[in-house]
Ligand binder design. Structure first.
Ligand SMILES: Nc1nc2c(c(=O)[nH]1)N[C@H]1C(S)=C(S)[C@@H](COP(=O)(O)O)O[C@H]1N2
Ligand SMILES: [Mo]
Length: 314
C-alpha cells in the first residue's frame, strides 16, 4: 500500500496526551467497575486459550515476535514497525462495547464479557496473506463471527455487513496523516460474514491480542487479503447496499470490495503470483512461495462465488 505520510506518531502526539488520556481512562474504567476477566488488565497480555480446531492449517506458525512486531495498523503509523511502538501506549477503553444494528430484528450493544460467553474459544491456525505480498501463519484464538451476528437476528433485507474500527483522534493518526479515511471501515456480504471460517478473534499464541494486532477484538477472514481483517471493532451494521470500505474508497482501481486472494489477478502495480513468508529462511527475512487461490481455502469458500467473474469482481 502506498505510504502518504512519513510523520511518526511520536512527532504528532505529545507525550502529555498519552499520559493524561491514560489517567482519564483508568479512572473511567474503575468507576465502571471493569475489573474482572481476562481483559481487565488492558495493555498487558493475559492467558486466553482455545480448543484445537479442524480449520487449522498444519503449516508452521510464524514466530510470535514477528506477528506482533511487523504490523499494518495505520491508526498507529504507516510503517511496519510503528504499531508495535505506538499502539501499546493506547489504553483500550473498558468496558469495550460493540454496537450491532441496521437491518436486524434485535439491535444490541454487547460488551466484551458478554461476547466471550457466546461460544467456546477455539485456536485456529490460519494463513494470512497481505495484499502487499507478505504472509504469515497465525494461531488465533476466537470463534466464528456468526455466533455474534446471530444474536441480532438479521432481517431478509440484510445483504451486507459493515464493520468499523474504534477511532480516537487524540490517540491515533488523523486520516490526512495516515492517507486513508478513518474510522477504518470494512465490509462483507452476509454469507461471507456467516461463513464458519470467518473468525472473531480476541487472542493469538494463547494470549489476549496485543494492541498492535487489534485488541480487544478483530476480524480474521483467511481467504481474503489482510486489509479485510479489520481490527479493534466497535460497530457492526447490517445493510441492504454494499458498504464503503477504507481501501476501496482510497483507491477503487487497486483495492476492491471482495479482495479474495487470487494469484492470477495482479495488483495494478505488482504481481500477486507469489508471496514472502515472513520469519523463515536466511536471517528470518522470509522465503518465497506461490500464492494459492483463496489463500488455500478454495475447498471451503469457492462456492460463495459461483457464477461470479473474479477478475472483474476483485
Ligand atoms: N483498523 C485497521 N485494521 C486493519 C488495518 C489497519 O490499518 N487498520 N490493516 C489491515 C492490514 S493491511 C493487514 S495485512 C492486517 C494486519 O494484521 P496484523 O498486523 O495483525 O498482522 O490488518 C488489517 N486490519
Ligand atoms: Mo495488508
Amino acid at each position: 500500500m502506498s505510504r502518504l505520510s512519513d510523520l511518526r506518531y511520536s512527532d504528532v502526539t505529545p507525550q502529555s496526551i498519552y499520559v493524561n488520556r491514560r489517567r482519564f481512562l483508568a479512572t473511567a474504567a474503575a468507576a465502571a467497575g471493569a475489573i474482572a476477566g481476562p481483559f481487565s488488565g488492558q495493555g498487558r497480555a493475559a492467558a486466553l486459550t482455545g480448543a484445537k480446531s479442524a480449520f487449522s492449517t498444519t503449516e508452521k506458525p510464524t514466530p510470535q515476535q514477528v506477528i506482533t512486531s511487523y504490523n499494518n495498523y495505520y491508526e498507529f503509523g504507516t510503517g511496519k514497525d510503528e504499531p508495535v511502538r505506538n499502539a501499546p501506549k493506547w489504553k483500550v477503553p473498558a468496558p469495550w462495547t460493540v454496537q450491532i444494528g441496521g437491518a436486524v430484528a434485535k439491535p444490541k450493544t454487547l460488551d466484551l464479557d458478554a461476547i466471550l460467553k457466546l461460544a467456546p474459544l477455539e485456536e485456529r491456525i490460519y494463513r494470512h496473506r497481505c495484499v502487499e505480498g507478505w504472509s504469515i501463519v497465525v494461531p488465533w484464538i476466537g470463534f466464528s463471527l456468526s455466533a455474534l451476528l446471530k444474536q441480532v437476528e438479521p432481517t431478509a433485507k440484510a445483504k451486507y455487513v459493515a464493520f468499523e474500527t474504534y477511532y480516537d483522534p487524540k490517540a491515533m493518526l488523523s486520516a490526512r496523516e495516515a492517507g486513508i479515511p478513518f474510522p477504518y471501515k470494512e465490509g462483507l456480504r452476509v454469507d461471507e460474514a456467516m461463513h464458519p471460517l470467518t473468525l472473531l478473534s480476541m487472542g493469538l499464541y494463547g494470549e489476549t491480542l496485543p494492541n498492535q494486532n487489534g485488541a480487544p477484538l478483530r476480524l480474521v477472514i483467511p481467504w481474503k487479503y489482510g486489509f479485510k481483517s479489520i481490527k479493534s471493532i466497535n460497530k457492526i451494521t447490517f445493510t441492504e447496499k454494499q458498504p464503503d470500505t477504507a481501501w476501496a474508497t482510497y483507491a477503487p482501481n487497486e483495492y476492491g470490495f471482495y479482495s479474495n486472494v487470487n494469484p492470477k489477478r495482479d495488483h495494478p502495480r505488482w504481481s500477486q503470483a507469489s508471496e514472502n513468508r515472513l520469519g523463515e529462511g536466511f536471517l528470518g527475512k522470509g522465503t518465497r512461495r506461490p500464492t494459492e487461490m483463496f489463500n488455500g481455502y478454495a475447498a471451503q469458500v469457492a462456492g460463495l462465488y459461483n457464477g461470479m467473474d473474479l477478475m472483474r469482481n476483485y
